[in-house]
Every structure is written in structure tokens, then in C-alpha cells.
Design a protein around this ligand. Structure first.
Ligand code: F6R
Length: 366
């Protein structure tokens, strides 16, 4: 049942080229520069005139929401707020009939996310769901939605469901941009052609597995670890840190790289591994100066870099390459080595990676 893999988590990490392909099937038309999302098509007109979107979710799904915020604002130019479902529901949030709420949940059973949906629905908002489990409670509560089609996820730590959520949010961002006319057809052709090739690039990223295992061996005895990124690399850093803490029990934190100097920099010494998302995109130069700040304090730098990088390689202790891609697709690619890194560290520490202590696959309590 584990398909020859030692753990479900590893199997699910390796399934990602296929799960992302399944998630895009029948939804993208690169030659025409079109996205079709049957699940929300009834609301196509409404999407032309919405003032804002509120995304609600918990845990890893909330991280996917942060990536969604970046993409929807960039391409569809609609303001987005991303809320922890548990915080949102206990405030007295301002919601109107003009709002669209997107609830993201792998299991479709998370109690806080369900309660947030019910509340927003009562106030008249339109609710879209992004779920993995067909027919679960959340898809039944929403007005419309898009399934992630990642297939059953057995490992408690979410991997392929996360990248499928990010894929759906990418499609939604492009779909909304198409409806609103904030993107040209030629730009859409370019982006969708590239998106279509992302499963292959993920396959290439998986080929760094042996190198990642070596890096894991070097940092497995750490008690703390920092993950830093900028732009859409920031939610990737948060997700990298969550994965490491939940399965290896190493204390890890994700931060926007520029925030390091406002506090966490005090933690850095030769015992502290710092994982940077340092790919060649708009924030590359800035991230390089953050890496210098860590090296000046003798921190151990592990960097996720673009294939062929030379600058970061001069400074970092370990570099893990991912294929070059448009910034929009960076979260999909940069997440893969971080999943593998956590996995190997947890295995080396003798942890139960598929069923970490104190965690359950779906959190049906509040
Ligand atoms: C972490 C993880 C959790 C879930 C969270 C929400 O790997 O799996 O943080 O993401 O409990 O669960 P869903 O997406 O089922 O609502």
C-alpha cells in the first residue's frame, strides 16, 4: 500500500508530479490561454465585481492561503485577507454580501474552518471551498468549490494536498484575472504553458533527494531551526518550519527574511541552521544580504537556489537546486526540497513520520 516506499509521507511527496497534473487536468488550456473551473463557473459574473476575498483555513492550508493571497493580488488585483479560521470566527468580522470567502481544507472536516464558513454564510458572503476529500462536510457547506484531486493523503503531515491547494489557488487567481480582464491572453498563454511543465520540474526537484539526505544528516541534531523567505517564499518558509517541527520535534520558525533583524537574529550562532529560500527572483539581491548577515554570525546556511546559481553558492554551507521558473510557480517548486529535508531529519531522529505524536489527520475539535 506504500508502493515500495518506507513511509506514506515519502510516497505522497513522490506522488506530487502526478497529483499536480491531476489537479490541472481539464482546467488549463495553454494554447488558448484559458482556465476553466467548472466548480465556480456559476459565479463567473460575480467575480468581475467583488471588492475583496477573505481566505480562511488552519495550519498548512492557511499557508496555502498566503500563497493564494500573493497570486490573486498580483494577477486579479483583488484585495485578499488570509485569516486563521479559529481567530476569524471569534472576532466580530466585517463581512458583506459582496465578499467572497475561500475556505481551504484538505480533510473538509476541520471544526474551526466549518464554523468560520457558517458564520460568513449567515452574513451573506459567497463561499468557495478548496477541499481534497470529496463529499466531506466543508464541500457540503459551501456555495461552490474546486476539488484538489490529490488523492487520499495518509501521512498526517500534509504534503501533496498542500501543493494541490496551491495549484488550485494559482488556477483561481488566473481565472479571476481572466474574468476581470487584468491579464492579457498572451501573458496567460505564457503562464499556462509554464504551469503545464511544473509537474516535470517537480520531478527534477525530487532528484535532489540524495543530496538532501546528506544535508539532513548534518543538521539532524539541532534543537532549533529558522526558515526565511521573501514574497511568496515567505509562506514556503512557514510551511518548511511547520513540517520540520511537526514530524521531527525540532523547534522551527518561519519568518520573512527581512524581519530577522527585528528579533530572531539574536538566536543565531554556530549551532543554528538557517534555511533560506534564495531563488533568482525579484527579491534575490535582498535575500543575499540576509544570508550575509547570518554568515557574519556563524549560522549554518542551507539555501534553496535556482539551478546554476553561483552567488549564493559562494556563501551558503549547503545549496539545493530547483529548476528555474516564473515567480508565480516558485512555491510549488521550493516546497519539495523542504518536505524531503524534514522527512529525512525525522527518520534519522527515529520519529514516527506518518503519525507524529499528539497530532490527528483531521481536527474535528475546536
Ligand atoms: C500540517 C497539517 C495541519 C493541517 C490543518 C488543517 O501538516 O496537516 O496543519 O493543515 O490541521 O487541516 P485541513 O486542511 O484538513 O483543514
Amino acid at each position: 500500500e506504500k508502493g515500495g516506499f518506507e513511509h506514506f509521507m515519502l510516497k505522497e511527496i513522490y506522488e506530487q508530479p502526478r497529483s499536480i497534473k491531476d489537479c490541472m487536468r481539464g482546467r488549463i488550456y495553454p494554447e488558448e490561454g484559458k482556465v476553466q473551473l467548472g466548480g465556480i463557473k456559476e459565479f463567473a459574473e460575480k467575480l468581475k465585481n467583488i471588492d475583496r476575498i477573505i481566505i480562511v483555513a488552519c495550519g498548512t492550508s492557511w499557508h496555502a492561503g498566503l500563497v493564494g493571497e500573493y497570486l490573486i493580488e498580483e494577477y486579479a488585483r483583488i484585495p485578499v485577507e488570509v485569516e486563521y479560521a479559529s481567530e476569524f470566527r471569534y472576532r466580530n468580522p466585517i463581512i458583506t454580501e459582496k465578499d467572497v470567502v475561500i475556505a481551504i481544507s484538505q480533510s473538509g472536516e476541520t471544526a474551526d474552518t466549518m464554523a468560520a464558513i457558517e458564520m460568513a454564510k449567515e452574513k451573506g458572503a459567497t463561499i468557495f471551498g478548496i477541499c481534497n476529500v470529496a463529499g466531506a462536510s466543508i464541500p457540503r457547506l459551501t456555495h461552490a468549490g474546486v476539488y484538489t484531486h490529490a488523492g487520499p493523503e495518509i501521512g498526517v503531515a500534509s504534503t501533496k494536498a498542500f501543493t494541490a491547494q496551491v495549484t488550485v489557488l494559482t488556477l483561481m487567481a488566473f481565472y479571476m484575472a481572466q474574468q476581470k480582464g487584468t491579464i492579457t491572453t498572451s501573458k496567460m498563454i505564457e503562464l499556462l504553458t509554464e504551469l503545464d511543465n511544473i509537474p516535470e520540474k517537480i520531478q527534477m526537484s525530487l532528484e535532489s533527494n540524495d543530496l538532501i539526505k546528506e544535508v539532513a544528516a548534518q543538521i539532524k541534531d539541532s534543537t532549533n531551526c529558522l526558515f526565511l523567505g521573501r514574497g511568496s517564499g515567505f509562506p514556503v518558509a512557514l510551511e518548511g518550519a511547520l513540517k520540520l517541527k511537526e514530524i521531527s520535534y525540532i523547534h522551527a520558525e518561519g519568518y520573512p527574511a527581512a524581519e530577522m533583524k527585528h528579533g530572531p537574529i539574536a538566536l543565531i550562532d554556530e549551532e543554528m541552521p538557517v534555511v533560506f529560500i534564495a531563488t533568482q527572483n525579484s527579491s534575490y539581491e535582498k535575500v543575499i544580504s540576509n544570508i550575509q548577515e547570518v554568515k557574519a554570525r556563524k549560522g549554518k546556511v542551507i539555501a534553496i537556489v535556482t539551478q546554476g546559481d553561483t552567488e549564493v553558492k559562494k556563501m551558503a554551507d549547503y545549496c539545493i537546486e530547483i529548476p528555474d521558473a516564473n515567480e508565480a510557480f516558485l512555491p510549488l517548486l521550493a516546497t519539495i526540497p523542504l518536505q524531503l529535508l524534514s522527512y529525512h531529519i525525522a527518520v534519522m531522529r527515529g520519529c514516527n513520520v506518518d503519525q507524529p505524536r499528539n497530532l490527528a489527520k483531521s481536527v474535528t475539535v475546536e
